[in-house]
Design a protein around this ligand. Structure first.
Ligand code: GPU
Length: 839
């Protein structure tokens, strides 16, 4: 029965997605006129972008609304992806692709006197993440929606995303804020009616049966903003719910009336501060950054508490007993950041819903799944007990109670093994005591996974070994990461996408949804006409990058040279240091050659990009070295025809979309066993770039797929790493003896050849002294690998074949495959398609 009014009137007025050009044009103009209140004659590109975006947004909202209604009616089991980071990048192009409306919008925009590509460029990135972990979350949202799975993301709506990186004239990284919401954000829907009260501090008084009452302290409001996530070629449009913090009351009227205006607004400021800014520290939360720690823990609790309140409310609308909660809800914890969700669900069940402790624990441990993204010991999250006691007194009690029964179980299986109890306890002894979030996440989850085969094996044999002994191996599995081929091939490399479609002779929409279809390219690898087209696409992508470098840095680059790229966060374990030291070695070698000899050298342009955490001193020093070495070698008339180098500032998703398709070779050269997976390695290979790398993370699985002859591996293997580090500490060999080529490079840097004599010593000493990341052990093998790359590049036809064969075998690395795996083996959720007619 129709709810109100005249059904016919309603139905005639309700709109669907606009799919015809005249209506699209009208809707854009309508937004210019009303939403933006602008005149046609003073409309600039930014305005035109905004109008086009608002028009696309209308379409997304129609689909989003229908999807949400459909899901509510069908009440399937849902999965929730809790991530403190979603590195979305731009939306308009992706939305047009997924809606299948790109051509039509392009035509409309043309008629209005603009060019769609120029408008796309006006959009600011939504950069609510640091690097791989955040971008993975974004790819997973695209794949979930595209596969019509009932998956929501939950995160924070930071006012400021990852900082903007500026490079000073002397090569230092400077940070500026990223006010990404400045021009309004058409891709979100404020849901001012969806709000929750979140408590901090106060007191917790225990009652009987493990229950307690938590009261007092500070209360703030969480407000929902919904971001529409369209699926590719489906009406299904999922939701990413981001929380904003707000004061519960505007300001304290008592203080206000007493004339203490500062005190009056203070509490409101402190509430707003919670979602003010994304923490820019990749792979670390505590060690280096003591300040602002409390705010980070506040962010984590604020977000998990709001998300759980929302999830529990949605479940309770189903009118099912709480024992069935895990039949309707699966929650994926993206790293340990959302681990407080475990004690929070216990608190809701035990304190608010009167569920007995043991039953509550059973529900909880059947709801959560935990993904680990690193085995680096310094990156394992720990929180000081005194801080947690102060901020979250009730949660600390719950954690103690969980720990008590857990340790009893351990003691039962391994009687009297006190060392084991010490290692496995959620609480680490010390001054102060600390809460080990990874232990809590493991204990409270149904399954734990790593993000590539090698990494998952390291999880089982190192950081989680004791837990494998306790629970058995089946709780610890692997889901190798993936990337969405929509953004990372079709959008960023339209030329290649087109060539693939015409070569495979199947519709683009088929292979973009089943990436294994790329194998069909293998049949064409030997075809010279196809090779020529393949090479032409790469060439035009190199020219596009050259144009970008020209406009941003004012430098002209030789697009006939090999393009060698390393782009990722600056971190010692990723070894940008090895790359830059290798570049210096190449430069010195070139300098020592005669002009005749040089002519035989393969010309190369090297690109670096990536941000360093603002407090990470050594990483910033490495950027400074890169920039200053670039200055010297780019100005050297003897060598600049053969070797130039650029550090592109402010790396982002959008910059990656230009860089990746242009690369001939990219570097993924972490110390073996340190890079959990890597995902840019997959992006480069999917775009026909070859890979030079260590036997680490997903490099290994890429080589398995494309064949070892198509990748350039070097360096020591994971099992050797521990022994080498032991040697460095107890039987150190001076670098002059161990690796003379490297010693010569270090000497040149020390001498001030690249300016700033003395400035780089702290970095150089990390190599000379403990060399924790094994630069001295891998340098020679790295240089040999680069020679093999040069040699292979000389035979261009063979190179192109390698490039084709590589891209052809990347099917496994679609994030569609990864999400299928999570859906089936972890979440137990099923596809729920919204039919085109809305049924
Ligand atoms: N990763 Br932990 C991050 O980007 N940030 C982090 O804080 C942690 C891990 C990365 C891994 O370094 C990378 O190897 C992996 O591919 C990515 O997460 C996604 O799993």
């Amino acid at each position: 029965k129709w709810p109100r009014g005249d059904e016919k009137t309603w139905k005639e007025a309700l709109r669907g997605v606009t799919t015809d050009e005249p209506t699209i044009t009208k809707s854009i103009v309508n937004h210019v006129q009303t939403s933006l209140a602008r005149q046609p004659h003073n409309l600039d590109e930014l305005g035109a972008y905004q109008a086009a975006a608002l028009s696309v947004r209308d379409n997304l909202i129609v689909n989003w609304n229908e999807t949400q209604l459909h899901f509510t009616r069908k009440a399937p089991k849902r999965a929730y992806y809790l991530s403190l980071e979603f590195l979305m990048g731009r939306t308009l192009d992706n939305a047009l692709l997924n809606l299948g409306l790109k051509n039509k919008y392009s035509n409309s925009v043309d008629k209005l006197g603009f060019n769609l590509e120029d408008l796309l460029d006006k959009e600011r990135d939504a950069a609510l993440g640091n690097g791989g972990l955040g971008r993975l979350a974004a790819c997973y949202l695209d794949s979930s929606a595209s596969q019509e799975l009932p998956v929501w993301g939950y995160g924070l709506r930071y006012q400021y995303g990852i900082f903007q990186q500026l490079i000073s004239p002397d090569g230092q990284q400077l940070e500026a804020p990223d006010p990404w919401l400045q021009n309004q954000n058409p891709w979100e829907l404020p849901r001012l009616d969806v709000d929750y009260e979140i408590r901090f501090y106060g007191h917790s008084n225990r009652l009987e049966n493990g229950k307690a009452v938590w009261s007092g302290g500070q209360e703030v409001l969480a407000i929902a903003y919904d971001v529409m996530i369209p699926g590719y070629e489906t009406k299904n449009t999922n939701n990413l719910r981001l929380w904003e913090s707000k004061p519960k009351r505007g300001f304290d009227l008592n203080s206000f009336n007493a004339g203490d205006y500062e005190a009056a607004v203070e509490s409101s400021n402190s509430a707003a501060a919670i979602t003010a800014v994304l923490y820019p520290n990749d792979h670390t939360t505590c060690k280096l950054f003591v300040f602002g720690k409390e705010l980070r823990l506040k962010q984590q609790y604020f977000w998990t508490a709001a998300s759980l309140a929302d999830i529990v409310r949605r479940f309770k609308n189903l009118d099912k007993p709480l024992t069935e909660f895990p039949d309707y809800v699966a929650i994926q914890l993206n790293d340990t950041h959302p681990t407080l969700a475990i004690p929070e669900l216990m608190r809701i069940l035990v304190d608010e819903e009167d569920v007995p402790w043991d039953l509550a624990w059973n529900i909880t441990t059947n709801t959560f799944f935990f993904t680990n993204h690193t085995v680096l010991p310094e990156a394992l999250e720990k929180w000081p007990v005194p801080l947690m006691e102060h901020l979250l007194p009730r949660h600390l009690q719950i954690i103690y109670d969980i720990n008590f029964s857990f340790l009893q179980a351990v003691d039962k299986k391994f009687p009297g093994d006190l060392e084991r109890l010490g290692r496995m306890s959620i609480i680490e002894e010390g001054f102060p005591k600390q809460v080990r979030m990874a232990n809590l996440a493991c204990i409270g989850s149904r399954k734990v996974n790593g993000v590539a085969e090698l990494h998952s094996e390291l999880v089982r044999t190192t950081i989680m070994k004791d837990f494998v002994d306790l629970y058995g191996i089946s709780k610890f599995a692997n889901v190798t990461n993936g990337i969405t081929p929509r953004r990372w091939l079709d959008q960023c490399n339209p030329g290649l996408s087109q060539l693939i479609t015409e070569t495979l002779k199947i519709p683009r929409s088929v292979w973009l949804k089943d990436l294994y279809k790329l194998e069909g390219l293998l049949a064409h690898a030997e075809d010279p006409a196809f090779q020529k087209k393949w090479a032409a696409v790469k060439q035009s992508n190199k020219e596009r990058l050259a144009h970008y470098v020209e406009t941003t840095l004012g430098a002209t680059i030789n697009t006939k040279a090999m393009f060698d790229v390393q782009v990722k966060r600056l971190h010692e374990y990723k070894r940008q240091s090895l790359n830059i030291l290798g570049v210096i070695h190449r430069y010195l070698t070139l300098k020592a050659m005669s002009a005749e000899e040089r002519k035989k050298v393969n010309p190369k342009v090297i690109f670096f990009a990536g941000k360093a955490a603002p407090g990470y001193y050594i990483a910033k020093l490495i950027i400074r070295l890169i920039v200053n070495v670039a200055r010297v070698i780019n100005a050297d008339a003897d060598t600049k025809e053969y070797l130039t180098m650029y550090f592109l500032p402010d790396y982002s998703v959008s910059v990656a979309e230009v860089l990746i398709p242009a690369s001939d070779i990219s570097q993924h050269i972490s110390t073996a066993g340190t890079e959990a997976s890597g995902t840019s390695n997959m992006k480069f290979c999917l775009n026909g770039g070859l890979l030079v790398g260590t036997v680490d993370g997903a490099n290994i699985e890429i080589a398995e797929e494309v064949g070892e002859t198509n990748v350039f591996f070097f360096g020591h293997l994971t099992p050797a790493v521990e022994g080498l580090r032991y040697q460095h500490s107890y039987h150190p060999v001076p670098v002059e003896q161990k690796c003379p080529a490297l010693a010569a490079v270090l000497k040149e840097v020390s001498s001030g050849r690249f300016g700033d004599a003395g400035v780089y010593e702290p970095f150089l000493n990390t190599v000379r002294q403990h060399d924790y990341y094994l630069i001295t052990d891998d340098f020679d093998s790295y240089i040999r690998a680069l020679s093999m790359v040069d040699e292979a590049y000389q035979d261009r036809t063979e190179w192109i074949k390698k490039s084709i064969r590589t891209a052809a075998k990347m099917g496994k690395f679609s994030s569609d495959r990864a999400i299928q795996d999570y859906a089936q083996e972890y979440w137990n959720i099923e596809t729920l398609k919204l039919e085109p007619n809305g049924a």
